[in-house]
Design a protein around this ligand. Structure first.
Ligand code: GDP
Ligand code: MG
Length: 242
C-alpha cells in the first residue's frame, strides 16, 4: 500500500529533518511524506523545501500563510494526499512524540481495520516517564472524559498518531468537523466510529518533545472539553453504515 504521512509543522526546524530521515530509513515500501507548514518563524518551511529537493517525488510541502491550526492543516493534507493517490494516509506530530519505528506496525494493522491508532493507553503503551504527575493525570482524565461522554470503544482518543485507509478517510464528512485544535483528534475518531469504521490500537511510548516548546495550555484544554459536548450534539444524526 502506498502510504503518505502528513506532518503538520509549526516551528519544528530542529525536529523535521531528523524525523524525515528516521521515516525514510523505515522498511516501508513507497512511503511518501507531506509536510503542511504554517509559515513557521524558525524557517521550517524553507527547510522542508530543501528536504523536498533531497527526496524528489517522495516529500512534498504545502505552505499556508500563517498559523491556521492543526485541524485545518490535517484536512488540507489529507485531501491532497488522497487526490495524489495515497492508499493509506498517516498523521503524526513532528516532535518525536510519536515513535517513527511503530509506523510499520500501524500500517500492517490496516489489513484488519480501517484506522490504526498509536495508543498510550493499551497494555504496552505509556506516556513520558518524565512527565509530572499532574500532566499524566490530565492526559488520562482527558481520555476518560472524552471516551465516556462519546461512548467511544477506544482507549486513546486524543492521540494524533494514526494511519487511515484512504477509503475510510475519503468517506469522512470533513466539512462537518469543526474542531481545529486538540479536539480535532477526538472529533475525527468519534465521526469515524459513528460511521462504523473499525479501529485497532497499537501500543506506543509517547515521549514529550525533545526540542522546542509545547503549545498546550489550560485554556486550550478547557476549550477542548467544551468541544466534546458540542460534537456529541452536532454528530447525533450520523449513523453507522450497514
Ligand atoms: N501546520 C500547523 N501545525 C501545527 C499547528 N499547531 C501545532 N502544529 C504541529 O502539530 C504537532 C503537534 O503540536 P505540539 O505543539 O507538539 O502539541 P503538543 O505536543 O500537544 O504540545 C506538531 O508537529 C506541531 O508543529 C498549526 O497551527 N499549524
Ligand atoms: Mg507534541
Amino acid at each position: 500500500m502506498q502510504l503518505t504521512v502528513v506532518i503538520p509543522t509549526y516551528n519544528e526546524a530542529e525536529n523535521l529533518p531528523k524525523l524525515v530521515s528516521a521515516l525514510f530509513a523505515l522498511p516501508v515500501e513507497s512511503l511518501k511524506i507531506l509536510v503542511v507548514d504554517d509559515n513557521s518563524l524558525d524557517g521550517t518551511g524553507q527547510l522542508a523545501e530543501q528536504l523536498a529537493q533531497t527526496y524528489p517525488g517522495r516529500l512534498e510541502v504545502l505552505h499556508r500563510p500563517g498559523k491556521l491550526g492543526l485541524g485545518t492543516a490535517y484536512i488540507q493534507g489529507f485531501r491532497y494526499a488522497i487526490a495524489a493517490g495515497a492508499e493509506a494516509v498517516g498523521q503524526m506530530d513532528a516532535d518525536f512524540s510519536h515513535p517513527p519505528e511503530k509506523l510499520p506496525l500501524l500500517l500492517d494493522a490496516l489489513k484488519s481495520c480501517d484506522i490504526a491508532i498509536g495508543s498510550r493507553y493499551v497494555p504496552g503503551g505509556s506516556v513520558d516517564v518524565d512527565w509530572p504527575l499532574w500532566r499524566k493525570g490530565l492526559s488520562a482524565f482527558a481520555n476518560f472524559y472524552a471516551r465516556t461522554i462519546l461512548s467511544l470503544p477506544l482507549r486513546d482518543v486524543t492521540g494524533g498518531y494514526r494511519v487511515w485507509r484512504a477509503e475510510a478517510l475519503s468517506g469522512m464528512p470533513v466539512e462537518s468537523i469543526r474542531s481545529n485544535g486538540y479536539a480535532f483528534q477526538v472529533e475525527t475518531a468519534y465521526v469515524a466510529y459513528r460511521l462504523g469504521y473499525t479501529f485497532q490500537e497499537i501500543p506506543i511510548y509517547f515521549a514529550d518533545r525533545r526540542w522546542g516548546i509545547s503549545k498546550m495550555s489550560f485554556r486550550i484544554q478547557r476549550e477542548a472539553a467544551r468541544r466534546v459536548w458540542q460534537m456529541l450534539y452536532e454528530h447525533r444524526r450520523l449513523r453507522r453504515k450497514g
